[in-house]
Design a protein around this ligand. Sequence first.
Ligand code: G6P
Length: 552
Amino acid sequence: MSVTNAQGQNRLDQRPEWHALGKHREETAGTHLRELFDADPGRADRYTLQVGDLHLDYSKHLVTDETLRLLRELAAATGVFELRDAMFRGERINTTEDRAVLHTALRAPQSATIEVDGHNVVPGVHAVLTKMGVFADRIRSGEWTGHTGKRIRNVVNIGIGGSDLGPAMAYEVLRAYTDRDMTVRFVSNVDGADLHEAVRDLDAAETLFIVASKTFTTIETITNATSARQWLLGQLGAGEDAVAKHFVALSTNAEKVTDFGIDPTNMFEFWDWVGGRYSYDSAIGLSLMLAIGPDAFREMLAGFHLVDEHFRTAPAEQNAPLLLGLLGVWYGGFHDAQSHAVLPYSHYLSKFTAYLQQLDMESNGKSVDRDGNPVNWQTGPVVWGTPGTNGQHAYYQLLHQGTKLIPADFIGFARPVAELGALAGQHDLLMANFFAQTQALAFGKTPDEVRAEGVAEELVPHKTFRGNHPTTTILAGELTPSVLGQLIALYEHKVFVQGAIWNIDSFDQWGVELGKVLAKRVEPALTEGADVPGLDASTTNLVAKYRALRGR
Ligand SMILES: O=P(O)(O)OC[C@H]1O[C@H](O)[C@H](O)[C@@H](O)[C@@H]1O
């Protein structure tokens, strides 16, 4: 059922389901989690979900059964399930770019049939996976050697955005699954310092560069790749023929790869129905496969697929991505929450939230709906966070006693990775903080409880914790390749759910184009002092200041 306005446009805020949630919000305003838990002893048991290895406890959210029912009704009314099924079928749901959205095909079993324009894409996916595996085995065994005959010991991935954040994150997450005899680094920033620090201590003869770029036109990546090629040839004192043994490409654009000077046989392809921020389980993950090996990479893909199938088939009441998506809609739409924190209690997940920033904010940082009309409801939140316990010593003060409502996901693991040996003994202390923080955020400490501690009356307000801060706890047995895949798919589909409800295209990213165009325009003013028409007065002044400081 599509609710449309006088102009025949699908307006979320005109839906009866939206209004019902607004009314429910008014009726339940001020309810405290303390009351909800006191009134419902079974709450902590009921408000849990198990998806693969992921145990979700969502009891510490500002919801009741009625809230969840109304949210599920909104999902059904806004066509979330129909759009989900269309995505899995390969329909072109990325409407502004007229593309399918099929990152789920990257981890589909070989037996699956998923068609784009009548063509089953699954064989191609597995052909690339096989090619990646053969290459990875050749590099890891030493069979593939560089121009001087030395084996490859260093891998440098050159990419940015979705061609960097995913592999860089996953490499950190799975360090314990890597062969520790290979150095893997990631270069993304066009600031020369990034490439400089990545290669300054490397032997070029033992170094492989992976140029990762879906379009193979991204200026930062092409600039860095060109500089890396110059560095390599300079270090080796070799000609262009040395490139072939030290450069491979990950892209959808064979023509541009060839133009750059990389042999297309050294290109690992992917397709336009894979969004950049949804691509690290495609060829873009080659650096990760070189580090952890093809088998572990496939275990990770299986973890993705497990959650794909869960999202595709689980009923609404047990559907974890749907639940997480709906909770975000509830807080953004009816609690004026502006951000969402993801706080992993795992050092290995140090880059996890940075990855989620692109996944979520580039997908749902939109203000125009699918009909091309400005929205007047909140869409994507600011996503932020860093591993615990470090965040506790940085910004948890604001979480506990600030003025903002910031829903948070806490992610933790029962078992530390085996490699830690004696250091595994610290794990219980880490997890004690993990559990304590969501408890403190939910239930706080009342003024009377503070007084009972003998606190001077004038300090009682300062030492009171109002609580009622909502959190999801995600607990898994251990951080394995499969569990990483499960976590990523969970968040991918959460983002999907929210975009579907907000009626926005989560899979384009027109908002990144203007800055690129303006940078290209202003650059001549920096380098040659060219008079760039149309520069605003502030930029004109700043450019002049820059040139003066550079002594130009
Ligand atoms: O992989 P590439 O084509 O080089 O694109 C790299 C990144 O840049 C673009 O500007 C988009 O914002 C990202 O979605 C993309 O991941």
